[in-house]
Every structure is written in C-alpha cells, then in structure tokens.
Ligand binder design. Structure first.
Ligand SMILES: Cc1cc2nc3c(=O)[nH]c(=O)nc-3n(C[C@H](O)[C@H](O)[C@H](O)COP(=O)(O)OP(=O)(O)OC[C@H]3O[C@@H](n4cnc5c(N)ncnc54)[C@H](O)[C@@H]3O)c2cc1C
Length: 540
C-alpha cells in the first residue's frame, strides 16, 4: 500500500482526557469532584459512533409536517433518529439540568465543561438544552404563576430522561423549554414586539401575533414576549393544553439555515394561543433577561468548544501530514500559525470556565456583579473570534479541510451563529457599556479580579491601569463599544493565563493580544516558544 500521507482519524479519543486546559480549568474553578464523570462523558462523546451521529443529524435535517393525512393541523417537526439519540445522551448527562440539581459548589462549572465538550461534536442539539437550562431560574422564580400542576413543570424540566413524544407535558417523563422573542420587525429591539396578549383571568391570556425565529418548536413550552395592556410582558406558552388539545401555535415554515442544520428553527403564528403571565404585566424584559443571561453564558461556552474542536483537529492534522520532507507541525511558519490558534483556544477555555464560576448558586454579590459585565463582554469576544479561528484551522488541513467529510465545514457554518443570536455583537457591546456606566460594583468586581494578576507581567499591568481609567472614568463613547468589550475580554484572558497557564502561553498572549489589534493568525514574534504552546493542544 503506497503511503497516502493522510492523518489517522481524529475520532476515538476521550475528549476530556486529551484536553489539558479544560482539566486544569475544572480543578481551578472548583469542580474537581466531577472529574470522573467528565472523563466518562468525554469518552462517550469522542467515540467514532457519536461523531457519526452528529454528522448524520446535520445531513438529515428536520422536516416540518403541518397537517396529517386527513388534513388536520398537527404542526410537527420530524427529526432523524440521530438527533434523538444525541438528545438522549446529553439529557442523561444533565446538560440542561445538572447545574440546578447538583447542589455542590462547582455544579455550573462541571456542567459547563460537559456542554463545552458536546459543542466540539454537535451544536444543533445544544439549542433546546441551553434554552431549558436557562429557563430554570425563571420557572423557579415564578413557579406560582405556572399552569397547574405547577410543581410538575419544574420536576419534568429537571428530569434526565429524554421524552420526544408529542403529548401534553403531564403525560411525559420530561419537558423541554424554548424561547420566543424575535419578531419580523425587530429582534434586538424587543420593545417593537407586536404580538398581543389579552387577559382571560387567573393569569391566563390569549396571544395573537407571530415570532419570526422560534427555535426547537417541539419544546413542551416556550417563554415568549407579548404586549399586554400594561406593556411588554413574559408568558409561559405550553405546546398542549390541559384537555390534551394542541395550543394554537401554528408552525409556518422552518428556516433554511447556513448551519445548525440538525436543529429546527421555525416561524410561528399565534392564533389566540393560551399562555400564562410570568412576573408582572409590563415587566417582560426583566423577567426573561434572567433566561437570556444564561443563554449568553452558553454561547460563550459553546463557542469555546467550537474553537477547541477546530484547533485540535488542526494540530492533529499537522502532526501527521508531511510536506517538503517534514511534518507540517515541524515547519516554523506553520508552528507559528498553530501556536497563535492555541493561544486563542487557551484564552477562550479559561474565560468560559471562569465565567461559569460566576454563575454558581453560592456566588456572592461581587461574583454576580462580575457576571453582569463579563457575560456580554465574553459572549461578544469568544463568539466573535470563532469564525476567524475556524477558518484558519480549516486552512491547516489544506484541501481536506474544505471537504465535508472533515469536520471543518460544519464547524465553519456553525461558527457565526453564537455571535448573532442571544444578542448580536453590537448589542452585547452596548450592554457592556451600559453595565460599565451604571454598575460601579461590576466595574470594581472586574478590577478586583484583574488585580489578582498584578506584578506578573508589566504589559498586563499597563493594560489593567489603562482599562481601569477608562472604566472608572466612563471615558468612552457609544461607538467605542467593541474596543471596550475587546479590552475587557483580552485583559481578563491575559490575567487568567499569567496566573494559571504555562509561561510560554502567558508570555505569548500578553505579547500578541495586549499590544496592537491582531488581525491574522501566525504573526507571533519569531522568538516565541511556538513548540511549547502547540504541545498543549496536541490530541496525541
Ligand atoms: C438560527 C437562529 C435561531 C434563532 N432562534 C431564536 C429563538 O428561538 N428565539 C428568538 O427569540 N430568537 C431567535 N433567533 C433570533 C436572533 O436572536 C435574532 O436574529 C437576533 O437577536 C438579532 O435580531 P434581528 O435578526 O432582528 O436583527 P436586528 O435587531 O435588526 O439587528 C441587526 C444588526 O444590527 C445590530 N444592531 C441592533 N441594534 C443596534 C444598535 N443600537 N447599535 C448598533 N448596532 C445595532 C445588531 O447587533 C445586528 O448586528 C434566532 C436566530 C437564528 C439565526
């Protein structure tokens, strides 16, 4: 057999065991107790069979069936069995629930690690898992306003048994929750929502209108925004009603999306749909924002997973592929590219897991304040870096990277999404500015966190001093939003890396990310220890 100079398959590895930065972050951020479970989850996810399920679920996209053969409306979405299998695995692992059911410190961090590894393999299934995870705090806070039997909703949402049947939630072992805010005339500006809510009594309303994006419509209920007489309000909209009838939620069509193709994202009409008010009328945004804050956390974690998947595939390929008499990884210029990608990967992992710690149930006021500022900044930054990282990683694989059989094209299509939904880039940066101007405690919490790295690197000290002046002095214009979010994210990443990562990584990150805005990967200083940096991401 002639030497084909092709790398061996990447699949068949334990995604946790090979991920040094993730394991270190887990221990550091308080979830070392979950190590064994994460090893098992990493092994399951890394199997060739799981990668095959992911590929199939995305190739065989869901289909909408609006009517049955007798002409009755059914508003069903039919998924490939691979989707159901992936959902079964992820729910058993508890990606939607473990952060709430495990009362130990580190529960959010452990769940974040599980979610991050899932993102390395498949992303569409993460949409309903995230939305269900994120809905729990809202459902708990407003449990007394849920339709009867009230406590049953939460019990089912926290169940780890995936139940895809189209039945009233009371007849099912578990329930999934989605979210409907975006309308045709406006998504970021939800105040422009036109869907009307008319009061029936006892907390019950009838919704009439539409949602332009309504993902995972097979969820058992959605939290939706609609205009009631006192203004924009949040409602709990179940898919089925008490009498077993389908709620008047009409699926119009499924979106034909760039990526995320295993998941169904629909357009819906509400034709007098029955829903229950959560919180007070006119307070819809403050109610749903608690859910949104958690979905933004997941966007950051999920994109860190996408970055890691692309970077490890690139390092794997370069380790085995030879050109001009040497493996690619031995070529100095390629090593610079890989090292630069690994820096982005290390930063994203450290940031995502640190952010998850700020969401722990026992987080104090300072941690909550840090989350207020860091969530939009990191959601913006990590998600924004993802398409650039994936594109560069794809090129490392050469022509193979552009071919569907490699994992890269799917990662590439997936890469921009987390930046668009749950608050697009600019909207995140405006939120960073709002928090920085209005919430002094958030600014101080961030600066306190940064001060833990004081003295470790003069470049970082200078950057922290400048950022501190900008934030405390409020010396930024609205148009500076991206610069500000970028500065917060890269400074926090540098502070985490100088404290916790090998010196070669910390040094190269400070040298490259705290200086000029970096546009192209592979432009690290020639004296950088590229080899030591790349070794961190080697899946071997
Ligand atoms: C695959 C997919 C699934 C989705 N699923 C759901 C779902 O399940 N539920 C749901 O509610 N939504 C969902 N969305 C919708 C998504 O959240 C919105 O598309 C997003 O919030 C942006 O809203 P928009 O499309 O109306 O764009 P706009 O609000 O019109 O924004 C367009 C651009 O303008 C920028 N912009 C807006 N305001 C400003 C400003 N003041 N200053 C500067 N720039 C600004 C934004 O950052 C964005 O880049 C989904 C979207 C996608 C792509």
């Amino acid at each position: 057999m002639p030497d084909s100079n092709q790398p061996p398959p990447f699949e068949g590895r334990n995604l946790y065991a090979i991920h040094t930065a993730l394991r270190e972050s887990i221990a550091r951020e308080g979830a070392a107790w979950a190590d064994k479970r994460l090893h098992a989850w990493g092994a399951l996810l890394g199997r060739a069979e799981t990668f095959a399920l992911a590929e199939r679920a995305n190739r065989c996209s869901p289909e909408l069936k609006t009517h049955d053969r007798f002409g009755n409306r059914i508003d069903e979405v039919v998924f490939d069995p691979a989707w159901h299998e992936l959902m079964t695995l992820a729910m058993r692992e508890g990606e939607h629930a473990s952060a709430w059911t495990e009362s130990r410190r580190g529960a959010q961090v452990a769940r974040a690690a599980a979610y991050l590894m899932h993102a390395e393999v498949e992303n569409g299934t993460q949409c309903p898992l995230t939305m269900t995870f994120a809905a729990v705090p809202v459902l708990r806070r407003h449990a007394d306003q849920l339709p009867s039997p009230k406590s049953e909703w939460l019990r089912r949402v926290l169940s780890r048994e995936y139940d895809p049947r189209s039945l009233p939630a009371t007849d099912k072992s578990s329930a999934l929750i989605g979210m409907g805010m975006t309308e045709r005339q406006g998504g970021s500006d939800v105040r422009s929502n036109q869907t009307r809510a008319e009061k029936v009594g006892n907390g019950e309303y009838r919704l009439t209108g539409h949602k332009w994006f309504f993902s995972a419509p097979m969820c058992d209920a959605h939290l939706v925004l609609a205009q009631a007489s006192s203004g924009l309000s949040c409602f709990f909209l179940p898919r089925f009603l008490d009498d077993g009838a389908r709620n008047a939620v009409r699926l119009q069509r499924l979106k034909d999306k760039l990526g995320n193709r295993s998941n169904a994202s629909s357009e819906v009409e509400f034709d007098g749909a029955t829903a229950w008010l959560l919180g007070d009328e006119g307070r819809g945004v403050p109610v749903i924002i608690e859910m949104v804050q958690h979905t933004r956390l997941d966007c950051a974690i999920g994109s860190a997973g996408l970055i890691h998947a692309a970077v490890t595939q690139a390092v794997h390929h370069a380790t085995h592929r030879r050109a001009f008499g040497k493996t690619l990884i031995e070529q100095p210029l390629m090593r610079n590219v890989l090292a630069d990608l690994v820096l982005e990967d290390e930063a994203a992992i450290a940031l995502a897991l640190r952010l998850a710690r700020a969401f722990e149930a026992d987080a104090d006021a300072a941690e909550a304040a840090l989350a207020r500022l860091a969530t939009p900044a990191l959601k913006y930054w990590i998600c924004k870096r993802t398409p650039a990282v994936v594109a560069e990683a794809m090129e490392v694989l050469g022509g193979n990277g552009y071919v569907e059989e490699s994992a890269l094209p799917r990662l590439y299509r997936e890469a921009p999404l987390n930046s668009i939904w749950e608050g697009s880039g600019n909207v995140m940066c405006l939120d960073v500015e709002r928090a920085a101007r209005r919430e002094a405690a958030a600014v101080e919490a961030l600066l306190t966190e940064l001060s833990l790295a004081r003295g470790a690197d003069p470049r970082l000290d200078r950057r922290v001093a400048a950022l501190s002046q900008t934030l405390r002095g409020g010396s930024f214009e609205e148009a500076d939003g991206r610069r500000l979010a970028d500065a917060i994210a890269t400074t926090l990443a540098a502070a985490l890396l100088v404290r916790h990562s090998p010196p070669a990584i910390a040094d190269a990150y400070c040298a490259s990310r705290l200086a000029e805005t970096q546009c192209i990967f592979g432009t690290l200083d020639a004296g950088t220890d590229h080899k030591a940096i790349v070794a961190r991401a080697s899946p071997a």
